[in-house]
Design a protein around this ligand. Structure first.
Ligand SMILES: Nc1ncnc2c1ncn2[C@@H]1O[C@H](COP(=O)(O)OP(=O)(O)OP(=O)(O)O)[C@@H](O)[C@H]1O
Ligand SMILES: [Mg+2]
Length: 222
């Protein structure tokens, strides 16, 4: 399949089309060092895929606007352009909706065919894992998708706003000062079982820093 067709099929939202590994900046004034590390990991990942990645994906964590989706989409575009990978971008909340719609009340079963592209994509970007809390049976289907992909050695690249920590919140701040608001963790959002499964499936990449949209871009354009 031609690259333009593969890009089309990947369903990358318009607002992320500009996100490539080349357009990602890692050394603007005030940039956290973790961003350079994440960028390098992303480049290495795309270069090494599939031999050195061996079915393992990435779990990009960090606060709002640090560039998680940019890097995930950047890797996806690089893999499509450079390696003709069959990739797919999938927003977590959209996936939950799709799963809900896949339920056929007439026969009281889930039509898995609707979810076929998410199961089958060679590389899946799952954006904003944990952003919503689904009902039990919807969550079971999400777990089935992730487990099946893992068992089939298909690569999943995940972004999340939640810290990769067990349930129970982030507790105290790093310098021992209690946080005013207890922040939820990935463990709180998806359960400890899935979190430990993700640890097998993905290499965790922690991104720290300011909201690029608010601070960096604004400072630049006044
Ligand atoms: N290091 C960077 N270099 C260039 N553009 C960046 C960088 N970081 C973020 N951006 C841009 O800033 C915007 C926000 O980034 P992005 O959507 O990737 O953040 P995010 O971490 O996914 O945020 P959210 O938690 O809200 O999903 C995007 O338009 C992205 O292209
Ligand atoms: Mg994002």
């Amino acid at each position: 399949m031609r690259v333009s067709r593969l890009l089309q099929r990947a369903s990358i939202p318009k607002r992320y089309e500009h996100c490539t590994l080349e357009s990602y900046e890692a050394s603007f004034p005030g940039a956290d060092r973790s961003l350079g590390g994440a960028h390098l990991m992303a480049r290495r990942f795309a270069d090494g895929y599939p031999a050195t990645t061996a079915g393992r994906g990435l779990l990009l964590t960090g606060s709002i606007g640090v560039g998680k989706t940019h890097l995930a989409v950047g890797i996806l575009q690089a893999l499509i352009v450079e390696k003709s990978v069959h990739g797919l971008f999938c927003d977590y909340r959209e996936l939950l909706k799709e799963i809900q719609h896949s339920y056929n009340p007439q026969v009281a079963t889930t039509e898995m065919e609707i979810l076929r592209p998410v199961f089958d994509a060679e590389v899946l970007v799952l954006d904003e894992l944990g952003a919503a809390k689904p009902t039990d049976w919807v969550w079971d289907t999400v777990a089935l998708v992730l487990n099946t992909r893992y068992n089939d050695k298909r690569t999943t690249i995940i972004t999340t706003n939640y810290a990769d920590l067990p349930p129970g919140g982030t507790g105290n701040g790093s310098n021992g000062v209690s946080r005013a608001v207890r922040e939820e963790t990935l463990g709180d959002r998806i359960g400890e079982r899935m979190r430990s499964r993700l640890a097998e499936m993905c290499v965790v990449v922690e991104m720290r820093g300011e909201d690029f949209r608010r601070n960096v871009a604004r400072a630049r354009f006044g």
